[in-house]
Design a protein around this ligand. Structure first.
Ligand code: XMP
Length: 523
């Protein structure tokens, strides 16, 4: 087990860690992930920490990310020069490398032309970082305008390209390393080996941040935080709350009680799946609140999307509180907060498009200490932890599902009848996608029930019934999405099954809108 040096709300922190300094590029997260792929824990930090704040975090190494600025402009992000005196190895990437050069006795020129995309790198003296690449020419991915023209004092130039005379440098004595290209992207084939050399050979990280060590360390951190207290976890059926609950259960056993508020707005069979996975298989104490009636009552006559979200969100919190009040002495609330949420909450926010009610989440005015065992993990790591803990694939690989559930996939009034029509159609979409072997390639695929009717003919009868819209998208993070190019045969089988098997539906349409301008959900 990797030693635990501290805990943040039950989240484990590994002994060896790399700090990735964010200079405003979209690459900082990617760098952090690549470091973790090399089995070393990484954390993204802002560039304006002081040198002593860097030191307090006891990093084994520091990586400066790229960034959109030029080191020559006023207001370009800098770093406390005291960081170079900490005795911690530093690797600069792109802007990060230029900043090291500028601050440490090298020079950065303003180029006539930059280099963008695939570029040939001539490796002259491989040194440590390029040892696997060896002398010769390598394809790398570049994205720069300025270029380093003289390496930092005492550093050796190890590689160059047409527009970057110092495309890579290193000084093992000073612990300074820099590359103008991006080792974190897949278009740089030698990139992962380069990062691995930095992490293992230069920083001396053993690479023991494995699934087993994450679980061991998290269990220890949760026990440390909760002691003999009682904890509650709201289960939504989604991956994050499920894995958080399983991890906390592993740590404190029957000191944990889960509350599952069944809104009646989940997809077909999902309520039973949650009960099966947690109560029956994992033996976790579960309060199952069957609250569908209250939700349908609250939603009667409500058609405005934001009003629906408000009604569902408020009811959820009220019902959760009622259930929690029955659990005596509970002082801790388990939350499935993930690392991207933590990163995002520290930065500027995009405009609110929809009010994402925190259904399945935290009632704001409840008096609990938070246990957030997934705060340091990315989604794919959370899935791996879930599988390791024995959660079934249907839960671990569940697609993202909105808190207000099918309520925001029914345009117009949400009733028992509209929900059951949508559940039947949605189940067919999922079954057919699974049968086609595409479920892990598609970010989300589901059915939507709009509030319109159209004319059709079935047998010799005229019909006047509802259409169902199929929505399937590919995405990396739900911020943007593209409509999925599902095979025609698959769309055909979804369509004919829906028409034949779902009463009240006589037409199927496919949504070919990307995000933006559309959103993934219809409401
Ligand atoms: P949109 O529709 O805004 O959705 O493109 C982006 C992602 O968020 C999910 N979503 C929600 N998740 N509560 C949630 O927890 C919500 O109210 C909510 N609304 C949308 C949506 O399924 C997609 O993955």
């Amino acid at each position: 087990m990797t030693g635990v040096t501290g805990s943040t709300g039950g989240a484990a922190v590994a002994a060896d860690r790399i700090l990735v300094v964010d200079f405003g590029a979209q690459y900082a997260q990617l760098i952090a992930r690549r470091v973790r792929e090399a089995k070393v824990f990484s954390e993204i930090v802002p560039h304006d920490l002081t040198a002593s704040e860097f030191a307090d975090r006891r990093p084994s190494g520091i990586i400066f990310s790229g960034g959109p600025a030029s080191v020559h402009v006023d207001g370009a992000p800098r770093i406390d020069p005291g960081i170079y005196e900490l005795g911690v190895p530093i690797l600069g990437i792109c802007y990060g490398a230029q900043l090291i050069a500028q601050q440490q006795g090298g020079t950065v020129g303003r180029n006539e032309r930059g280099e963008y995309g695939r570029t040939e790198l001539a490796v002259e003296h491989p040194g440590t970082l390029l040892a696997d690449a060896g002398t010769g020419v390598q394809d790398v991915w570049m994205s720069h305008f300025d270029a380093i023209t003289a390496a930092p004092a005492g550093a050796t130039v190890t590689a160059s390209s047409a527009e970057a005379p110092v495309a890579a440098f290193e000084s093992s004595e000073r612990g300074l390393y820099g590359v103008q290209f991006h080792p974190e992207v897949h278009h740089t084939p030698c990139g992962q080996a380069l990062l691995s050399r930095f992490l293992h050979d230069v920083c001396g990280c053993p690479g023991d941040w494995t699934m087993e060590s994450i679980i061991d360390a998290s269990v220890a951190a949760i026990r440390d935080q909760v002691g003999t207290g009682r904890a509650i976890c709201g289960l939504s059926g989604g991956v994050d709350s499920a894995v958080a609950a399983a991890l906390v259960h592993e740590a404190i056993g029957d000191q944990l009680t889960c509350v599952f508020v069944d809104t009646g707005l989940m997809r077909a069979g999902e309520g039973e799946q949650v009960v099966e996975a947690f109560q029956k298989t994992q033996g976790i104490e579960l309060i199952h609140v069957r609250a569908a009636d209250r939700f349908f009552e609250g939603l009667a006559g409500v058609t405005d999307p934001e009003e629906k979200r408000r009604v569902i969100g408020e009811l959820f919190i009220r019902i959760f509180e009622e259930a929690a009040a029955g659990i005596r002495d509970a002082r801790f609330l388990v939350q499935g907060t993930l690392y991207p949420d933590v990163i995002e909450s520290g930065s500027g926010h995009a405009a609110k498009i929809k009010s994402h009610h925190n259904v399945g989440g935290l009632p704001e005015d409840m008096d609990f200490d938070l246990v957030e065992p997934l705060r340091n993990l990315f989604k794919d790591e959370v899935r791996a932890v879930g599988s390791q803990l024995g959660l079934p694939d249907e839960i671990v690989w569940r697609q993202p599902f909105p808190g207000p559930g099918l309520g925001v996939r029914i345009v117009g009034e949400v009733t028992r009848e509209t929900v059951s029509v949508l559940q039947a159609a949605d189940l067919i979409v999922r079954e057919e996608l699974h049968r086609a072997g595409l479920d892990r390639e598609i970010w989300q695929a589901f059915a939507v029930l709009p509030d319109i009717r159209s004319v059709g003919v079935m047998g010799d009868e005229r019909t006047y019934a509802r259409p169902v819209i199929i929505r399937a998208v590919t995405s990396e993070d739900a911020m943007t999405a593209d409509w999925a190019r599902l095979p025609y045969d698959l769309l055909e089988s979804m369509s004919s099954r829906i028409i034949n098997e779902v009463d009240g539906v006589n037409r199927v349409a496919y949504d070919i809108t990307s995000k933006p301008p559309g959103t993934i959900e219809w409401e």
